[in-house]
Design a protein around this ligand. Structure first.
Ligand code: PGA
Length: 244
């Protein structure tokens, strides 16, 4: 079982719907030549069909993660992949509740809680994504929205050893926009201290992280790492982030 609290930084590559066998071969040829500091937990989340191929190609100082999993354990759920299947595929982490899954595939907090429960039972750490829309931010509702997402998507009986939270403002994903450095730190401080029962969880920031802003973001007192989409597809760029 991985002890997430022993790492200073957790850095996640979310490939989304990208990759191929040829891409994976080239990607790890470059990334595997990077030495990853032992206080950094580096996680690669490819599409599910490439989990095993990534596992075979990647340096074993990195961990494998999935981008989602089923709410169900088995049965008539065409197209789904269960947490036990992810475990069989050497997954140690799984992103759940990404805003693209919430918005495009109608996943609700209750789905995210069920997925997280199933993952924890298999010894996989859920990386639970939360975040506000631009409208919610403009209306001054960010903290209220995040609190509601935390309370309703994190299983009651879980602890900061089982789960990682990723704060991803929806308006920052893939746009090149980010909150200010002070705003990121303030929101992470709120998430770490302001919600009863869910204190001191590891909290990652996600949304337009690149090699030129990753070290400033990761050096913030209340930020425990980053979740990287677009920039994780370039192994040179991602290795700079791993070493930021
Ligand atoms: P981005 O995506 O880095 O491309 O903004 C982040 C994410 O969606 O996890």
């Amino acid at each position: 079982m991985i002890e997430i609290n022993k790492y200073d930084k957790i850095i996640v590559a979310n490939w989304k719907l990208n990759g191929s066998f040829a891409f994976i071969k080239d990607y790890f040829k470059t990334l595997n030549s990077t030495t990853i500091n032992s206080n950094v937990c580096g996680i690669i989340c490819p599409p599910s069909s490439y989990l095993q191929n990534c596992y075979l190609n990647m340096d074993k100082s990195l961990f494998l993660g999935s981008q989602d999993c089923s709410n169900y354990k088995n049965g008539a759920y065409t197209g789904d992949i269960s947490s036990a299947m992810l475990k069989d595929n050497d997954c140690k982490f799984c992103i759940v509740g990404h805003s693209e899954r919430r918005q495009l595939f109608s996943q609700k907090n209750i789905d995210i809680m069920e997925k997280s429960n199933n993952l924890i039972q298999e010894g996989i750490k859920p990386i639970i994504c939360i975040g506000e829309t631009l409208e919610e931010k403009k209306n001054g509702n960010t903290e209220e929205i995040l609190k509601e997402q935390v309370i309703n998507s994190i299983p009651d009986n879980s602890s900061n050893c089982d789960i990682i939270i990723a704060y991803e403002p929806i308006w920052a994903i893939g746009t090149g926009l980010t909150p200010s450095i002070d705003e990121i730190n303030k929101i992470h401080y709120f998430l770490k201290t302001g919600i009863e029962k869910y204190q001191n969880f590891k909290i990652l920031y996600g949304g337009s992280v690149k090699s030129n802003n990753s070290s400033e973001i990761m050096n913030l007192d209340y930020v425990d790492g980053v979740l990287v989409g677009g920039s994780s597809l370039d192994p040179v760029e991602f290795s700079k982030i791993l070493n930021a």
